[in-house]
Design a protein around this ligand. Structure first.
Ligand code: ADP
Ligand code: MG
Length: 414
């Protein structure tokens, strides 16, 4: 099958696809859509950026336009993060034009009222993160007794994030006679268990090797001292064109790095779990629309987000686990475009690089670091002037290390 028009999708969907310039299905779409249209369960693994969203959005919309309209929620799409749910909703809304099918986003960090209102107004489809949906269920604000289609997107990540009990609870509210479409970038043993339990005679779709990063991404590694990383990143930003998605290990690290970039004149923003949902949405939108050139992110916040045309992914800090490496580099080189992923690693992290290479069966290309890359200038440490009496006390005790036993003894003696 080479064209969407060869699939027996309803006319309105065909028109919407054409309107947004989708002509040929990607391999995962070509393989997953026909069995899904036939009502079968599907378990699909494919690398990130291969078009899994449309692979479930299209058959769901087709089925909903064919089935008799019933009251209540007929479809639940579960996604690990708020950002991803919002992105799925954007794709869904475009394809749903003219179908009469309406979807509500149900995610944490945003006003409940608006979400509940959408549900009460008759949204047939909920695009949800497990946490907020479970909260609504427990408060009896939503019922899932009439669900006929369930989609689990990025199932592996939902399990990584500890959502297994919540997912089980949500599925427990649904009829067993339903269609389940199961999507994941990778399938690990815990995921297999979930499939065994909740998916019936699935058609298995596996496109490419799920454990390998996308092939059109050049994987570079730079061995560099921690305090020269900023210099190297700034050098890349000067030398290259295009947007950069930069991964930091911690929320704090992400914030600090984006501030340093901004003070160096780069349009940068950050996305991580400590920022409010509206800040995260604003950062993502701004990055998508070209207002920011650099988005600094932590793994959890970035998972599954899709931004077109990211030229360069930088692993400023190494990922905690090799799987995260796939998800990170999969943010570039999407939908056939080429991309570069550069990993900064310190001398002490050589073994971690080897671990990544072994786990993913890839070879990262060693890149030399130019000697011109400067050591980061430390911002002047704040000078704390001790009031005189305290100064004297420290002087009496001699070194600072001795100060603690002395104080302890005194406290103990009281
Ligand atoms: P995944 O969920 O597999 O990581 P997405 O569904 O987010 O991938 O799709 C990645 C990109 O590919 C998006 O920009 C999407 O618009 C584009 N895309 C999806 N399907 C097609 C298609 N059939 N033809 C062209 N581009 C597509
Ligand atoms: Mg996806």
């Amino acid at each position: 099958m080479n064209k969407f028009s060869e699939l027996s999708l309803s006319l309105v969907l065909g028109n919407n696809l054409a309107k947004y310039g989708f002509v040929e299905p990607t391999p995962v779409q070509a393989a997953a859509i026909p069995p899904a249209l036939a009502g079968q369960d599907v378990v699909a693994t494919a690398q990130t950026g291969t078009g899994k969203t449309l692979a479930f959005v299209l058959p769901i919309l087709h089925s909903l336009t064919r089935e008799p309209l019933t009251a209540g929620v007929s479809t639940v799409i579960l996604s690990p993060t708020r950002e991803l749910a919002i992105q799925i909703h954007e794709v869904f809304a475009k394809m749903a034009i003219g179908t009469g099918v309406r979807a509500a986003v149900v995610v944490g960090g945003m006003s409940e009222q608006a979400q509940l209102l959408n549900i009460r107004k008759g949204a047939q489809v909920l695009i949800a993160t497990p946490g907020r949906l479970s909260d609504f269920l427990n408060r009896r604000l939503v019922r899932l007794g009439s669900v006929r289609h369930l989609v689990l997107d990025e199932a592996d990540r939902m399990l990584d994030m500890g959502f297994l009990p919540t997912i089980e609870e949500i599925i427990g509210e649904m009829p067993t006679s339903r269609q389940t479409l199961f999507f994941s970038a990778t399938i690990e043993t815990s995921v297999a268990h979930l499939i065994d339990k909740h998916v019936r005679n699935p058609v298995r779709v596996a496109i490419g090797s799920a454990s390998k990063p996308v092939e059109q991404v050049d994987l570079h590694v730079y061995e560099i001292e921690q305090d020269r990383k900023l210099g190297l990143l700034e050098h890349m930003l000067r030398k290259e064109i295009g947007t950069f998605l930069v991964f930091a290990r911690t929320k704090h690290g992400a914030d600090r790095l984006s501030k340093k970039l901004i003070s160096g004149g780069v349009k940068a923003t950050s996305i991580h779990g400590d920022r409010s949902q509206s800040q995260r949405n604003q950062a993502l939108k701004g990055f998508q629309q070209g207002q920011y050139r650099v988005l600094v992110a932590t793994d959890v916040a970035a998972r599954g987000i899709h931004v077109d045309g990211i030229a360069h992914v930088v692993n400023y800090d190494l990922p905690q686990v090799p799987e995260d490496f796939i998800h990170r580099v999969g943010r570039t080189g999407r939908a056939g475009a080429r991309g570069v992923a550069s990993t900064f690693s310190t001398r002490g992290e050589r073994r971690d690089i080897q671990k990544i290479e072994r786990a993913l069966k890839v070879q990262l290309i060693r890149q030399a670091v130019s000697p011109d890359i400067q050591v980061e200038k430390k911002s002047a440490a704040p000078v704390i002037v001790m009031p005189a009496p305290y100064q004297n006390r420290f002087e009496q005790r001699g070194s600072r290390d001795n100060a603690y036993p002395a104080r302890n003894r005194r406290v103990g003696g009281r």
